[in-house]
Design a protein around this ligand. Structure first.
Ligand SMILES: Cc1ncc(C[n+]2csc(CCOP(=O)(O)OP(=O)(O)O)c2C)c(N)n1
Ligand SMILES: [Mg+2]
Length: 667
C-alpha cells in the first residue's frame, strides 16, 4: 500500500537504526494507548461514567508514539478532538486522563474539558482543541515563541486530513514557513473526516504536497509503522532545533473504531476495515519482535496484562474521585493592576501618541511584550510608527493578511510565556478571527482548570464616521460582551487610552481594545509620570442630578457637547464613560441611576442586542424601582453604515440625538 512515499523539498534520511530495546519501548507505549482506548470504549458503552463525546485513537498509535518518542518533556504538543493518544504519548498519566474523562476534580482540567480538551502545562500539552484545525496557527505561535525565547524547544501540531482543508491549516503553515518556526505539523490522514472520504473532500492525493506549496519540507509516510514515524520525526525535530524551520509529515493511517463513540461505521466496508487491521501497528511490531526473538508470546501477554491492570486501577480511581463542586466564573476573575499617581504634571498628547507611548513603555518594562499585525512597522494609522527602530523586527512583526492566523499565533505565544499585542487593522476583521478569540483564547483559563492563561491584547480600530462603509465601520463590542473570558476596553480619550492599554498588556486574560479612528487625532492631558487605569472602573465625566447618560467610545465627545447644551436648558446630566465594557462598572451606573432616576445610553453600534440593551437590562434588574422614566438608547438604528456622508449622518447618532432623547425622558 505504501509503495510510494512522497518527499518534497528534502529527502528524508531513514537510515539510522532503532534498536530492538527501543522498539520494545515503542510497542509498550502503543499498547498503553490501545488498551486505554479499549477501556474507554467499554466504559462508554456501559453508559454511566464517561462524560461528553469521545473520539478514540485506536489504530493510529504508531503516529503519536513515533512522533512523541522524539520529544523532550519541555517540548510542546497541541492536538485535536482525537487526542487521548497524543496526550498519553506525551506523558499524560492514566489516572488524570481517566479522571478528566469522568468529569472529575482530579482530571487534568478539573473535569471542565473531558475527552476533547486536555491541557497540562507541565507536560507541554498546550491543548487538545475540539475545533478542527484551530490548533495549527496556535502551534505556529508556539514556534514563534520558542524562536523568540531561544529555548531550543520544538512544538508538534497533530491534526487530521479533514483539518488540512481548513483555512487555519493554510494560514498556520504559511506563517510557520515564512518565519522558519520550529513547528512540526503531523497530519494523520486516516482517510476520513467523519464519514467523508479524503478523496471526496481533498483536492490532492497526498496532503504533503500542500506543505511543499508553502516551501516546507514535507513527506508522506506509512503511519502504521512506528519505526518509520519515529525516524522521519527525528529528522524533523533536528531540523527544527537547529533553526531550519518547520516540517509537514503526513502519516497515512486508519482509525479502527467509529469516528465518535456511539456512532456507526456503515460508510466503511468490512473488507476495508479488515485490510487495515492487518496492518495494525501493534500486531505487526509484536510479530516482528517475536520473530526476531526479542519478545515471546508470553512476555507480550504479560506486558499487556500489566497495562490493563494499571488502566483498570486508574478507572477505579477516577470513578471514586469526586466531582468538582465549584469554579470561579470568568466574570469573577479579578486582576489588580498597580495604579500610579496621576497628580504629576501633565502634557497634551493625541490619542495616537498615547497608544504609542503605552506600547513603548510596556515594551521597555517587559521584554516579553511584542507587537504583531499587518503593516505595523510602516504603521497605516501611524500608531506603531517608529517602534521598530527601538525594538527591532523581532518585537515589531509585520504579518501576512491572515487575521485568524495572527490571533492564533498571538495565542500560541501567550500560552508559552510572551505577551503579544496584536493589531487587527479594522475591528470589522475581528469577525475573521472569531474562532481563535472566542473558542480558543477566551477558553484557556477555564478549560485548563486555571493552569494556563492567555495574556494577549488585540488592538483594533473602529472606522465609524469616516465614510468607510459597512465593512469598515463596526466594532462588535456587544458581541464580545457576550463571551466570558474576554475583556473589552473602548477608551474615549488619550489619557484613558494610554492608561487602559498599559493595564490591558498586564492582564492575564485576552483583551479586545477598541480604538476609534475618529478619536485618533483628539488631544488630552496625560500625566508625565507613569500611570495605569484599572479595568472595571468607570469615569464619571460630569456629575449631575437629572439624568444619567452612559456614553461609549466615539459617543463620549458627543455626549460632552450634549451635556453642555442641556445645562444651558437647565438639565443637569451625569455623564459616565464605562471605559471597559467587560468588566463593566455596574455599581457606578446603578448608583447614578438611583440618584437621577433616569437613564440614556449612547453607543456607537447597532441598537438590537447591543451594549445599551445590556446596560438597560442590568439597570432594570437591579434598580427598576428607582426609574421615573423609560430607559432610552441612542444607537445606530440597526442599519449597515453607508459611505456617503449624507447617509452616514442619518444612521450615526450625534449630539442632537442625545439632547432630543434626554429631553424626551426629562420632560
Ligand atoms: C471547525 C469544525 N468543523 C466541524 C467540526 C465537527 N467535526 C469534528 S471531528 C470532524 C472530522 C475531522 O476530520 P479529520 O480532521 O480528518 O480528523 P479525524 O476525525 O479523522 O481524526 C468534524 C467535521 C469541528 N469539530 N470543528
Ligand atoms: Mg481524518
Amino acid at each position: 500500500m505504501f509503495k510510494h512515499s512522497a518527499c518534497h523539498m528534502t529527502t528524508f534520511d531513514r537510515s539510522f537504526m532503532i534498536n530492538n530495546r527501543e522498539l520494545e519501548t515503542l510497542l509498550e507505549k502503543m499498547m498503553e494507548l490501545r488498551c486505554f482506548e479499549e477501556k474507554i470504549a467499554k466504559l462508554y458503552s456501559q453508559g454511566d461514567s464517561i462524560v461528553g463525546p469521545v473520539h478514540l485513537y485506536a489504530g493510529q498509535e504508531a503516529v503519536a508514539v513515533g512522533v512523541c518518542s522524539n520529544l523532550r518533556q519541555d517540548d510542546y504538543m497541541i492536538s485535536n478532538h482525537r487526542g487521548h493518544g497524543h496526550c498519553l504519548a506525551k506523558g499524560a498519566t492514566f489516572e488524570e486522563m481517566m479522571s478528566e474523562l469522568h468529569g472529575k476534580e482530579n482530571g487534568y482540567n478539573k473535569g471542565r474539558g473531558s475527552s476533547m480538551h486536555i491541557m497540562c502545562s507541565d507536560l507541554g500539552i498546550v491543548g487538545t482543541s475540539s475545533v478542527v484545525a484551530s490548533g495549527i496557527p496556535i502551534a505556529a505561535g508556539i514556534g514563534l515563541s520558542i524562536k523568540m525565547r531561544k529555548t531550543n524547544q520544538v512544538v508538534v501540531s497533530f491534526f487530521g486530513d479533514g483539518a488540512s482543508n481548513n483555512g487555519s491549516f493554510h494560514e498556520g503553515l504559511n506563517m510557520a514557513a515564512l518565519w522558519k518556526l520550529p513547528t512540526i505539523f503531523v497530519c494523520e490522514n486516516n482517510n476520513y473526516a467523519v464519514s467523508t472520504l479524503t478523496s471526496e473532500s481533498t483536492s490532492v492525493k497526498d496532503i504533503s504536497v500542500r506543505g511543499a506549496a508553502y516551501g516546507i519540507p514535507s513527506v508522506t509516510i506509512n503511519g502504521m509503522n512506528v519505526a518509520e514515524v519515529a525516524k522521519v520525526t527525528r529528522e524533523a525535530v533536528e531540523r527544527a532545533r537547529k533553526g531550519a524551520g518547520p516540517t509537514l509529515i503526513e502519516c497515512k493511517t486508519y482509525r479502527f473504531m467509529a469516528h465518535g463513540e456511539g456512532e456507526t461505521l456503515e460508510y466503511r466496508t468490512k473488507e476495508e476495515i479488515q485490510k487495515w487491521k492487518q496492518m495494525c501497528p501493534i500486531d505487526s511490531l509484536t510479530g516482528k519482535l517475536i520473530k526476531e526473538k526479542v519478545l515471546t508470546e508470553e512476555k507480550t501477554q504479560h506486558m499487556e496484562q500489566k497495562i490493563r491492570k494499571k488502566i483498570d486501577e486508574a478507572a477505579k480511581f477516577a470513578k471514586e474521585s469526586s466531582f468538582p463542586q465549584q469554579f470561579i466564573k470568568e466574570a469573577d476573575v479579578q486582576q489588580e493592576s498597580a495604579i500610579y499617581p496621576t497628580t504629576s504634571p501633565t502634557k497634551e498628547i493625541t490619542f495616537i501618541q498615547a497608544i504609542r507611548e503605552a506600547l513603548r513603555e510596556e515594551m521597555r518594562r517587559d521584554q516579553t511584550v511584542f507587537l504583531l499585525g499587518e503593516d505595523i512597522r510602516h504603521a497605516l494609522w501611524g500608531v506603531t510608527k517608529g517602534l521598530v527602530d527601538e525594538f527591532g523586527r523581532e518585537r515589531v512583526i509585520d504579518t501576512p493578511i491572515s487575521e485568524n492566523g495572527i490571533i492564533g499565533v498571538a495565542l500560541g505565544t501567550a500560552l508559552t510565556g510572551l505577551r503579544p499585542v496584536a493589531e487587527i487593522m479594522f475591528a470589522d476583521f475581528l469577525t475573521l478571527c472569531m474562532d481563535q478569540i472566542v473558542n480558543q483564547a477566551a477558553k484557556v483559563r477555564f478549560l485548563s482548570g486555571d493552569q494556563m492563561n492567555a495574556p494577549m491584547v488585540i488592538r483594533s480600530p473602529l472606522g465609524l464616521g469616516r465614510s468607510a462603509g459597512p465593512q469598515h465601520s463596526q466594532s462588535f463590542i456587544s458581541w464580545f460582551m457576550h463571551v466570558p473570558g474576554i475583556k473589552i476596553a473602548a477608551p474615549s480619550n488619550a489619557r484613558d487610552a494610554k492608561g487602559l492599554l498599559k493595564t490591558a498588556i498586564r492582564q492575564n486574560d485576552p483583551v479586545i481594545f477598541i480604538e476609534a479612528l475618529l478619536l485618533y487625532g483628539s488631544k488630552s492631558l496625560v500625566p508625565e509620570e507613569e500611570y495605569t487605569i484599572p479595568f472595571g472602573k468607570a469615569d464619571v465625566k460630569k456629575e449631575g442630578k437629572d439624568v444619567t447618560l452612559v456614553a461609549i467610545s466615539t459617543m463620549v465627545p458627543k455626549a460632552i457637547t450634549a451635556c453642555e447644551n442641556l445645562a444651558k436648558k437647565g438639565v443637569d446630566v451625569e455623564l459616565i464613560d464605562p471605559r471597559t465594557l467587560s468588566p463593566l462598572d455596574k455599581d457606578t451606573i446603578i448608583d447614578s441611576v438611583k440618584k437621577t432616576t433616569r437613564l440614556v445610553i449612547a453607543e456607537p453600534e447597532c441598537k438590537t442586542a447591543g451594549i445599551g440593551a445590556e446596560i438597560a437590562a442590568i439597570v432594570a434588574e437591579e434598580s427598576i424601582d428607582y426609574l421615573d422614566a423609560p430607559i432610552k438608547r441612542v444607537a445606530i438604528p440597526d442599519s449597515c453604515i453607508p459611505c456617503s456622508p449624507s447617509l452616514e449622518k442619518i444612521v450615526i447618532p450625534n449630539e442632537e440625538d442625545i439632547i432630543k432623547t434626554i429631553l424626551e425622558i426629562k420632560n
